[in-house]
Design a binder for this molecule. Structure first.
Ligand code: GLA
Length: 689
């Protein structure tokens, strides 16, 4: 399982989407294939939810229609991302085994009528998944159209936590393996609080609804267990596909920064990381969040990845589904490619006529080839050909952010915290937003590294910290790196026992900081820090910290009960330094601190920031391809790197001081000879933010 990843390679950037031919009569298929060719589609994902159409009753198969569809596609040169069809169980299976339907925290069974109606721990489900996967691999594993296995679909979507008796049995086995004995579990869970001692494994339940706040370590372990339960289901299919089709790469589609699954561990089993990304067109900051998602995707295997699903325009699952304005589908697609995606794919090819997703936009809208989305689909397909040279190139980020699912779960799962306003995901997004505004792309990295490729490592929150993680961060700073740690870090160990002596626990010596008390602010209240005469605003969270003599106090609290106390510190550490930010600063405050960090690390920062400006460079052995995107509706003028040529065809001149004005949703892909440091894109002089 740890063998080298198989390469996914269509000989072109991947372009296509989910295809659901079983929702249409066969005469439509021929039109589909003709229009796919017209649009430059070279791969489609199918048959994701078709198990009931493939095995109509137990052991009664109907492969004919899928055989014909795959042949039809392949005759037109269109590859297939072949789903194992195990994303949703057929009714006949659920009715024969109602015990495999998932149960919620209130003890209610989920009914048939949607999708993913299964308990991840159900042995019956495992048995049938294995059978179906084997059947799919045996039937299609040698078909030349199959370029990629699509295992299940979006694990954890709809059903990521199950509280049924079978899950409880599995949870107990998982706990027994983790803690060895019931005494070990009692010690780990700190059961003397509120009288929660267990005498036997059978007394343990999933954390269903209880009269009051539930034991936080029980909650945390249930998060870990639930991620592992779905990982086990994934592994089951992976092992079968490895055995039967060892040369075909495989993936399962992720859901960007999904909370419920530890994607580091899922990615270990994959050949190719794929993502389904649905930035909300109604949110002007959505592309900034997308940049962080994509930073995670390219980092999970430190290889190019693939955007497997996005929407051509509106989705149908928000309360209000705002369409993408003309041009936005293009910039959204180019953004993913800029951040390392080897193509742009969609949910879905043809807009459904019925069912839950009939109002979800598609590459081919309800008006068919006259639809606006089809016109944009065709235009994008043609443009992707011009971007061929970027395939295989990689983003060279100098800044990384620690993604740690344990801290994410720990900081969010429990009810009894100093404040519910601070959690890992909120911190990560805010810290990234400020770095994005300054023009630095951000990779993701585990808390234990490897950090070798980076100058700056951001740790927005590491609520759960241990000595191994601390050692890795200490070694990074010792070798010359800048590590920046955020509030409420190093608070507890892996069983959620507080590190005595004060947070940040194992990071105290590195930072020269001891937290005496967490100091949340009431809702609606804000506070001020003084950074060298500049007032920085914070809300929700501050800390009473004590610092040692080697720590330099960069900013002090300048309001409220913490007035005059240290707030932001930096301390020399080997050839580098370790910084601590104890408050939840607003974006401008974070930008001010990041300017200092970047300056010390010798990295550039934009003087004037604009959230709509996105610039990321992918580098091949000899060329830097700098994608410059305007996500906004107002034009932006940028300074063009010397000697650049635009793969998208703008005349950018070859002179020094050349500028380029990108209209609303405008884009350029500037090619320059590979340099030691990638081009740094700024707004051109003479313009205001
Ligand atoms: C997810 C699923 C798709 C589809 C889209 C709609 O990504 O994988 O099957 O439902 O959502 O946005």
């Amino acid at each position: 399982m740890t063998d080298a990843p198989r390469t996914f390679d269509l000989g072109a950037l991947a372009y296509g989407g989910d295809y659901n031919p079983d929702q249409w009569s066969e005469d439509v298929w021929a039109e589909d294939v003709a229009l796919m060719r017209e649009a430059g589609v070279n791969i489609v994902s199918l048959p994701v939810f078709s198990w009931p159409q493939l095995e109509i009753a137990s052991g009664v198969y109907d492969w004919g229609w899928l055989d014909r569809v795959i042949d039809l596609l392949w005759d037109a040169g269109i590859h297939v991302d072949l789903a194992t069809a195990t994303a949703t169980p057929p009714a006949w299976l659920l009715r024969a085994h109602p015990e495999m339907m998932p149960m919620d925290a209130e003890g209610r069974r989920m009914e048939f009528g949607s999708r993913q109606t299964y308990c991840p721990s159900s042995p019956v489900w495992h048995e049938h998944v294995a059978r179906m996967t084997r059947a799919m691999a045996e039937r299609y594993g040698r078909h030349p159209a199959v370029a990629l296995w699509h295992v299940s679909n979006e694990y954890g979507d709809h059903t990521s936590r199950c509280y049924c008796p079978e899950s409880a049995r599995h949870f107990r086995r998982w706990l027994a393996e983790r803690y060895g004995s019931i005494d070990g579990l009692n010690e780990a869970w700190g059961v003397n609080v509120w009288g929660q001692r267990y005498g036997d494994w059978d007394q343990i339940e999933t954390p269903r609804r209880a009269p009051g706040p539930i034991n936080p370590t029980q909650l945390l372990d249930f998060e870990r267990f639930s991620s592992d339960a779905l990982l086990g289901l994934f592994r089951l299919e992976v092992e079968i596909l490895r055995e039967l089709t060892p040369d075909i790469p495989l993936t399962t589609n992720f859901m960007s920064m999904f909370h419920d699954l530890d994607y580091w561990r899922f990615a270990e089993l994959e050949d190719l990381v794929t993502d389904d990304a649905y930035p909300d067109p109604a949110d002007p900051l959505a592309p900034v969040g997308a940049a962080l998602n994509y930073g995670l995707m390219r980092s999970l295997k430190q290889r190019p990845w693939l955007l497997l699903e996005q929407s051509a325009s509106a989705v149908s699952w928000r309360d209000v589904n705002v369409p993408k304005a003309p041009g936005k589908m293009r910039t959204d697609s180019l953004q993913a490619i800029a951040h390392g995606s080897e193509g742009a794919m969609f949910f879905q090819w043809r807009q459904a006529r019925y069912g839950q997703e009939k109002f979800h936009s598609s590459m081919l809208g309800h008006r068919g080839r006259s639809s606006r989305t089809f016109a944009e689909t065709k235009a994008l397909g043609a443009e992707l050909a011009a971007l061929e040279p970027v395939r295989g190139s990689r983003v060279r980020a100098r800044v990384a952010m620690v993604f740690d699912w344990d801290s994410r779960w720990g900081s969010a799962a429990a009810e009894s915290m100093p404040s519910q306003r601070l959690n890992w995901a909120g911190q990560a997004r805010a810290w990234h937003r400020a770095m994005h505004a300054l023009g630095q792309p951000v990779d993701a990295v585990r808390a234990t590294g490897p950090f070798d490729d980076y100058d700056v490592v951001l740790v927005p929150n590491l609520y759960i910290a241990d000595a191994v993680q601390a050692q890795a961060l200490i070694a990074f700073a010792a070798a010359g790196g800048r590590v920046v740690i955020g509030p409420f870090s190093g608070v507890v160990d892996a069983t959620e026992k507080v590190h005595l002596g004060g947070a940040p626990g194992p990071l105290r010596d590195l930072l020269g900081v001891e937290v005496d008390e967490q100091w949340p602010l009431a809702d609606g209240e804000t506070g001020v820090l003084d950074l060298d005469g500049a007032a920085l605003t914070f809300a929700h969270w501050g800390e009473w910290i004590e610092v040692d003599a080697a720590a330099c106090v960069l900013a002090r609290y300048a309001s409220g009960d913490l007035n005059g106390r240290p707030a932001v510190t930096s301390r020399p550490a080997g050839a580098g330094s370790a910084w601590y930010v104890s408050a939840m600063l607003d974006d401008a405050g974070l930008v001010a601190v990041w300017r200092l960090v970047l300056a010390e690390a010798g990295l550039p920062a934009r003087d004037r920031t604009d959230v709509n400006l996105d610039a990321v460079t992918r580098s091949s052995a000899d060329t830097d391809y700098t994608f410059v995107l305007n996500h906004g509706r107002e034009p932006l003028t940028i300074a063009v790197p010397e000697g650049a040529r635009d793969l998208l065809g703008h005349d950018v001149g070859r002179t020094t001081n050349a500028t380029l004005t990108l209209p609303r949703f405008g884009a350029a892909v500037l090619a320059t000879p590979r340099a030691e440091t990638v081009p740094f894109i700024t707004l051109a002089d003479g313009r205001t933010d």
